[in-house]
Design a protein around this ligand. Sequence first.
Ligand code: HGY
Ligand code: MN
Ligand code: MN
Length: 410
Amino acid sequence: MQASVDRIRRDIDRINQYTGPGLGINRLSFTPEHQGAVDYVRKQLEAIDYEMRVTAHGNYRFRRKGDDWSQPAVTSGSHLDAVPEGGRFDGVAGVVAAVEVARLLAESGDKPSVPYEIIVFSEEEGSRFGGVLTGSKAMIGSLTKKDLVQMQDQTGISYIEAIENIGVNTSDWDKAVIHPGDINAYFELHIEQSLVLETKGIPVGIVTDITGIRIYRITYQGVPNHAGATPMPLREDSLAAAAEAIQAIESLAQGASGGTMVGTVGIIENEPNVSNVIPGRTHFSLDLRDIDRECLVNMSETIISQVKDIATRRGINCTIKMTADAPPVSLSNRARQALLDATKELGIKALEMPSGAGHDAQEMARVTDVGMIFVPSIGGRSHCPEEESRFTDIAHGTSVLYSAIRKLCL
Ligand code: HGY
Ligand code: MN
Ligand code: MN
């Protein structure tokens, strides 16, 4: 059975009507926009007799009414939260594909012996609370309730307060954690977010490995002073220190061997941020990634020691906090083979490839067999309003997803 392009287009368009003001898509976890998007998915699934369970961690799980929730299921899903001014397809394509698989299973009339479950993870982007893959990390127990009390948004609301404010019961936190054996397999369809499939003209990617990610928050504390009256040798300029550190990060990441290391400074806050005061406090983020775990750890240590050396040399203070650490993963042969077999049966050309983006799939890979499908990103752009993918490509990817899941469920 083939996935329906029309239903996929309609679902993606309708979900993206739930967005806040601003360019592109603005949908932070647990905001009214996010809840509206989840509610649309819930209604689509209730229409084919699925029921929703909200987990103590603030994730959303859906199974057919009457299915045994204690039985390990073949699962599929992704996330509905977006980066600020984000795109229409990141996460949404995977959730919509998982819903379409549920419809195809219902239309097939098959009686799966293994339940099928859809999971919508929260706070995958970390745009509200500062981590990444937060909902899926909580689901597999690698983030505790205590960790999530510490993670606060810009208004000081913690992750836990945010989910309790929308009625989530967090008391069964530990009981809601999933362990190896609790899930039969997890599949995620996602836009590629780079140029490989598009330039090679291949409609489907089968992911082999997902990059490791380390995120830090760094603050240089210097001395604010008069921009005119303070001689250069007497300055303790926090922004000049940050500029030196950012330059060092870029050249170290560019110079790394292996070609899969990337380093990004995406956030910078500067105080008091006026032209005639020497900056006293500068805060910036560091997002470091590599498929190779050892390279990632070594590069992190090299960069952090350089950041500290810059502070020492300039006589200023420096505080460094790691806010996310997601080791790279190689995906399971069982799940990958199911996807590869599906592409052959459907006669769809596929390319095996790594993922430079992080995904909830990498957390699920720590407790079950995981398979990921990529569909092309037009122009290779993502995390921006220009993010674009073809609905026909998403439908092809969804047909592959359905064929692989159906095989594991029957
Ligand atoms: O940052 C990432 O790779 C993902 O989009 N959260
Ligand atoms: Mn994503
Ligand atoms: Mn993303």
